[in-house]
Design a protein around this ligand. Structure first.
Ligand code: BGC
Length: 359
């Protein structure tokens, strides 16, 4: 009899504590339909778009959305996360500033019964990361690297060309994957002497730019040009994203690049930010990688809805993303190559931008 009572008690507890997070009926009470969305900063165009899309799409599914930006301040993001948990969000979508700094707050969130989805950037060194939705970060780097190989005719033995390499923010796990993807393509030509890095700087500890700031890449490019290119030209610059490409172009312009005698180097990027699409049209940047934020937001809305309905969450990769504690079940979206020739089809025809926005 005692056993039956115990089982009955457990069933009641399970019904009232666990099911409401997932079951549609319980969601109608409101609080369980609250989703916390944490974004790193408003200073980069993409995160504004990511946040807006997520909010609009989740609200259309009946979720209440608490969307917060942390101005790239780690302490701010920690307290935003804590406050969301206190205010009753049961699903957290987190685009972190620092991949490891949230682990204490995430442990508390997990204790409070939250499900945690890492958005675009993996949450490292924590068991409390349930799912990861991103673009294939290694492939982003591969697209940049293969573009350089093809553009310079390296497979045909052309060169030598002067190359400099930039890295993303050292606290962002993505930065290492972009770098790896690109360098795997470029390294054979560095080894053969077809690509020459006059600064000799290739280690992430030296080439990384904190917080992906254009001011940071501008300052480093200024230093490289002064120290290593007083009597030669830089022919190609690997920039992992668009914000860094902006700083690099500002530096190149002030050093007199952009003329027939001193053309802009081949320059990569990522995100297809509006400013950078203009730069591609003007011949200042050679390519970018397009990661349609609508696709990623849509994927996360699907994950949230699946969780809300108690269904298994759809993932397409259960091997690649080890956060040092576990392999996080992930959904990888496909990044695509963009340049001045195909941007109309990719960005205008699909309604991502209007022509006015990039002119
Ligand atoms: C994102 C990039 C972005 C960069 C800077 C990375 O984690 O994947 O799309 O350009 O952060 O915000």
């Amino acid at each position: 009899m005692k056993k039956i009572l115990r089982i009955a008690l457990l069933c009641v507890l399970f019904g009232s504590l666990v099911l409401p997070i997932f079951a549609g009926g319980a969601q109608d009470k409101g609080i369980e339909k609250k989703v916390g969305v944490l974004m790193p900063t408003r200073s980069l165009q993409r995160w504004n778009q990511d946040g807006d899309y997520l909010k609009t799409k989740l609200e259309a599914q009946g979720y209440e959305v608490d969307l917060q930006y942390a101005n790239n301040q780690v302490a701010t993001q920690v307290s935003q996360l804590e406050n969301m948990v206190t205010a009753g969000s049961k699903i957290l979508v987190v685009a972190s500033i620092d991949s490891t700094a949230l682990k204490g707050a995430l442990a508390e969130a997990a204790k409070a019964g939250c499900v945690i989805i890492a958005y675009d950037r993996l949450l490292m060194d924590t068991p409390n990361c349930d799912y990861y939705a991103t673009f294939d970060n290694y492939k982003v780097g591969t697209l940049q690297g293969t573009f350089i190989v093809e553009k310079l005719g390296l497979k045909d033995g052309k060169g030598p060309y002067n190359l400099e390499v930039f890295g993303g923010s050292p606290d962002d796990n993505n930065a290492y994957l972009f770098n790896q993807g690109a360098m795997d393509q470029l390294q054979p030509y560095i080894d053969k002497g077809q690509l020459v890095i006059n600064s000799g700087q290739t280690e992430m500890s030296v080439i990384a730019i904190q917080a992906w700031k254009p001011e940071g890449s501008q300052a480093r490019m200024d230093n490289l040009l002064t120290a290593f290119y007083a009597d030669k030209k830089v022919d190609v610059v690997l920039s992992p994203n668009d914000s860094l490409a902006q700083g690099i172009v500002a530096s190149l312009k002030s050093a007199g690049y952009g003329t027939a005698a001193k053309p802009f180097p081949v320059l990569t990027g990522q995100d297809c930010d509006r400013i950078n699409v203009k730069m591609m049209i003007n011949g200042e940047q050679s390519m970018s990688v397009f990661k349609d934020t609508r696709t990623l937001a849509e994927r996360v809305v699907t994950m949230v809805t699946e969780l809300g309905e108690g269904k298994p969450v759809t993932v397409n990769d259960t091997e690649s993303y080890d956060n040092n504690v576990k392999v996080v079940p992930s959904f990888l979206c496909d990044p695509v190559f963009a340049d001045a020739n195909n941007y109309k089809a990719l960005l205008i025809d699909t309604g991502y931008y209007t022509m006015d926005e990039i002119q």
